[in-house]
Design a protein around this ligand. Structure first.
Ligand SMILES: *Cc1c(COP(=O)(O)O)cnc(C)c1O
Length: 236
């Protein structure tokens, strides 16, 4: 089997599993978007995935976006920043990414705002929330999100908040993983009830190769999938 065929087969299987999870939870099969995460995979793998119809690709390093964007300049694709973003890389993200899903603090919001303002551009963002107790996970504490959204809405007009993003606990305990996803959805529901002007919370980005079905059952509108699309990663 060629690597093209292998990716086609993985994506077909993934779509079936997404549809089945949607069916189980009474959701429309097209209510969950699939964001392929191409980190650590080279331009050729991204090209293969683009040939299957994908137009947006998740990456966790701005340098890696830069490296891939050149050889793929002939493709109509966009880069989505999903990894922890250092404030001194805000300039690169504002230039090269169409969206940042890892907005998790005010100094980053202000840095992005300054760069975007200078370029007269806007950027879609998701606010990353820490739903897992693991110290390695980034994100705003749940209690900090309402004030954060108010400040971003009033002081960072170039940032268009579209929703929330989280990484669940890495665990074999499905109940613990589910609790993380559920916490994000419940937060979104509370924020909606508070109706914050100018803030849209339509999107919930949650679920990866190992836990996306649980995330869909808990309301994910997009799942970020690396290895189940591209194959096993040699390093993280
Ligand atoms: C790597 C990564 C993913 C995808 O991980 P897989 O387990 O390969 O699907 C999703 N989200 C974030 C933030 C990541 O860094």
């Amino acid at each position: 089997m060629s690597s093209d065929d292998a990716m086609t087969a993985r994506v077909a299987q993934l779509r079936q599993r997404i549809e089945a999870a949607c069916a189980r939870s009474g959701r429309a099969p097209d209510s969950v978007a699939l964001l392929p995460v191409s980190k650590t995979f080279g331009p050729q793998a991204v090209r293969q995935a683009a040939a299957l119809g994908f137009r947006r690709f998740g990456e966790n390093k701005t340098q890696e976006i830069r490296q891939k964007a050149g050889p793929l300049a002939d493709l109509d694709i966009q880069w989505v920043m999903i990894g922890h973003l250092q404030t001194n890389k805000a300039k690169d993200a504002a230039r090269d990414a169409a969206e940042v899903q890892s907005l998790d603090r005010l100094d980053l919001a202000y840095a992005l705002q300054r760069r975007l303002q200078a370029e007269d551009r806007a950027l879609d963002v998701l606010v990353q929330v820490k739903t897992s107790p693991e110290p390695s996970k980034h994100g705003l504490d749940i209690q900090a999100v309402p004030d954060f959204l108010r400040i971003v809405a009033s002081e960072c007009p170039a940032l268009r908040v579209q929703g929330l993003m989280t990484l669940a606990m890495q665990s074999n305990d499905t109940a613990a993983v589910r609790a993380c996803f559920r916490a994000l959805r419940e937060l979104r529901d509370r924020l909606r009830a508070e109706s914050m002007a100018g803030v849209r919370l339509d999107r919930l980005s949650m679920g990866m190769s190992g836990d996306f079905e649980v995330a869909i059952e808990e309301g994910a509108t997009e799942v970020r999938i690396g290895s189940a699309v591209f194959g096993a990663r040699g390093y993280v």
